[in-house]
Design a binder for this molecule. Structure first.
Ligand SMILES: Cc1cc2nc3c(=O)[nH]c(=O)nc-3n(C[C@H](O)[C@H](O)[C@H](O)COP(=O)(O)OP(=O)(O)OC[C@H]3O[C@@H](n4cnc5c(N)ncnc54)[C@H](O)[C@@H]3O)c2cc1C
Length: 404
């Protein structure tokens, strides 16, 4: 029986589109790939994100597997960026990718001692990591408060204009014959441990050799059905951002972190844009079943971000608020992503739960999953990312369709 597609990817955020780009770059046009992406569910996390590529900011207590995954992703990011830009008409577009470095501001001696411990190990990865005294900071970043005792400087950290990057990946995919369908997948028809086809919003039925869930926080409904559970496997964590633009002030140069949040430049990338600063980000869990798109900002979220900006930038009156938005980070209970095959279903895969780092980890996870889908193996160890770990022992991740 012939299928409509070789691979159908459900969800076209950074995770789904990076996977599509990797598959398309490896295969010729006879290998048919479709990305089915709904635009009616609210702003995808991949557009809402700040675009930070900052693995050094994962704190000391963070799971070492997640840290390793983020650092590997950081190493791989420039290669993927090069593939996308040199291999498509996106090469003519400035995607706001800047290796500008970051400063983590220290306000007290106790914060200094804690951070000093944390940075000790990181110096083996980044020997240029250094502590800047209060008087040195203005040389690197003149805009920020002098009310600090110093700052850690991470020279290799970077950021990207993620909405533009996402568009560039789409462009690369389309120019490499990936089809994008703007609609919602409503149902999976599974029998004898195989996904036979999927049903779209308009009733259309689509068949494929392999299917992949890359649909962020919205994967829960399918996973609950497959695993016969009423528990959400992927939590939805709202994050809010405000955007301010400078009236007369000079642009921010570096990414600025402190214990309460961050701000980063979003530079103008063409004559129609203005240099801006993004301030982020809040964090609160929401019940996806109880909210309607579009996702709103909250009064407390916005006011905490404004206060953060006022603390960090003494000349805050030189700025105008030009926008605010919110998105949903997909989080698992151990903060690790879920990457791999869905057990007991022969042709169903997923890449979910990239939480706060999906812009950073999307390209590398696309490479890993491409290998698994095409070669049935991966160089990178994805054992810790298997979905079974997220279930209570009595469920053991055995799908209800399994003929066992
Ligand atoms: C405020 C905020 C700031 C962040 N900042 C950063 C950052 O600086 N750096 C970083 O690395 N990460 C950051 N993140 C995290 C990052 O954005 C996410 O980890 C990443 O975008 C997740 O990508 P995704 O493709 O899994 O999900 P999404 O981008 O949400 O994409 C999922 C897509 O699937 C579609 N979909 C869902 N269900 C269906 C269906 N049934 N049929 C068809 N389509 C469907 C949705 O419409 C959506 O387009 C941030 C997140 C937020 C919210």
């Amino acid at each position: 029986m012939t299928c409509d597609y070789d691979v159908v990817i459900i969800g076209g955020g950074i995770i789904g589109s990076s996977l599509a780009a990797h598959l398309a770059s490896e295969k010729n046009e006879k290998f048919k790939i479709a990305v089915i992406n709904s635009t009616g569910l609210g702003m995808p996390a991949s557009e809402a994100a700040a675009g930070l590529l900052t693995p050094f900011q994962l704190n000391e207590l963070e799971n070492p597997v997640r840290k390793d995954f983020c650092f590997k992703s950081f190493e791989y990011f420039p290669e993927f960026f090069e593939t996308i830009t040199s291999g498509s008409s996106a090469k003519h577009i400035d995607l706001g990718y800047r290796q500008a470095g970051s400063l983590y501001l220290i306000f007290s001696n106790s914060e200094f001692s804690q951070k000093e411990n944390e940075t000790r190990n990181l110096k083996t990865i980044e020997p240029r990591l250094s502590f800047l005294s209060k008087v040195e900071i203005p040389k690197y970043e003149p805009l920020i408060t002098r009310d600090v005792i110093g700052a850690y400087h991470y020279p290799s950290e970077a950021y990207i204009n993620n909405p533009k990057f996402l568009k560039a990946i789409y462009l690369y995919c389309i120019e490499n014959k990936v089809e994008f369908l703007n609609t919602t997948v409503k149902k999976l028809n599974i029998s004898s441990n195989i996904v036979e086809n999927i049903v779209l919003d308009n009733g259309q039925v689509i068949s494929a050799g392999k299917f992949v869930f890359c649909n962020g926080v919205w994967a829960n409904n399918f996973l609950k059905e497959i695993f016969n559970t009423d528990k959400n496997i992927i939590k939805a964590i709202r994050g809010e951002i405000i955007c301010v633009k400078a009236l007369h002030a000079m642009p921010l140069r570096k990414i600025i972190f402190c214990s309460n949040g961050y701000m980063l430049p979003r530079p103008a990338t063409n004559a129609f844009e203005t240099d801006s600063v993004l301030i982020g980000s809040t964090s609160d869990e929401v019940d996806l079943d109880k909210i309607q798109p579009p996702l709103s900002n909250t009064v407390s979220g916005i006011s905490s971000l404004i206060n953060l900006f006022k603390t960090l930038v003494p000349d805050y009156k030189d700025y105008l608020v030009s926008g605010c938005w919110a998105g949903l980070r997909p989080q698992t209970k151990d903060n690790l992503p879920v990457i791999g095959k869905i057990p007991e279903i022969e042709n169903l895969y997923c890449s979910l739960g990239h939480y706060r780092n999906g812009i950073l980890t999307g390209p590398f996870s696309g490479k890993i999953l491409k290998d698994l889908i095409l070669e049935n193996s991966t160089e990178y160890n994805i054992e810790p990312f298997q979905i079974n770990r997220l279930f209570e022992t009595q469920i053991r991740g055995i799908p209800k369709y399994a003929s066992i």
